[in-house]
Write a protein that binds this ligand. Sequence first.
Ligand SMILES: [Zn+2]
Length: 342
Amino acid sequence: MDQPETLSPITALLPWQQPVWDELVLRQQRTGLPHALMFTGLSGLGKHRVTLKTAHWLLCTRREAQGLSEACGECHSCRLWEAGNHPDFIVCEPQDGSRQIRIDGIRKVNEFLNQTPQISPCQVVILHPAEVLNTNSANALLKTLEEPPGESFLLLESERPAAVLPTIRSRCQSVPLALPEQALSMDWLQQQGVPAEQAEEALRHNHFAPLAALEWHRQGGAEKYQQWLGNLCHWAEQKQRLDVTIKYWKDDDLAELLSWMATLLLDLTKARSGVPEALLRETRVTNRFACATLSLTKLLALHARATSVLGEIHSGASYHNRQLLLETLLIDWQSMLTSNGS
Ligand SMILES: [Zn+2]
């Protein structure tokens, strides 16, 4: 339970977020907003920026009287927001290295909402990501979601709404953030200093989500991915031992390794099924693997396995035997390559 260190005075929207904001403001003006909203969309679209801006706006003391479509930036509430010290606002997220939101976090939310607002006309809680609420936490939150005490708003964020418990999901109104047109993302990335060719590659590797693409570019994602792929190919071509291959990946995040593997498998499945290379994420993929001879059954099984473990990690599962998991996936990978196309 933390307040962000700096709450921006008026959080600027990213170009693709404006339609969502306009819709939200319109909804508020017409019917008022419901007490529980779930902001959904892929990672890398800036959901948290939109929920912060919403919280700031809802808390602004001049919003209602003046019919403002964003926070005024001048009232007592807005000044406290700017100072990062607003008594009517909290953020609930996984704590102490846990991947899950535990019940004590939700108890703090409930206690907070049972107080009355000190400055603003309402209290606001941002909870993210909603898919890592464990069952106990979700149960503890249900009553608050159904009958929020006083004037309060719960703003949940989720990149995998299907993984959020239905009891939670059904009590929230959805605010979906859509993927921007590729041309808009390309323009924006180039404005951030990413050259066009690299911007295009970064988008392809990140489900076309612009913020994720920017972060990937800044972290040297292309180089890391090519190193991973090179090692995988060496193993697959039996030029490198299993333990040596896995050792090369020791500093890579397990979720990232699985995500690379899952998307490469999807590319291979498409290539195996005759999808043109230009529509694949990794355009050089068919040169590196003899796609025509791959077993479709094994491709799909391996893809399902990688995505299933990835889903468990994203839903807050804290423990996987990394070494064993990577060994099994690599052995299955080689078996897929050496089978004969059924
Ligand atoms: Zn204000």
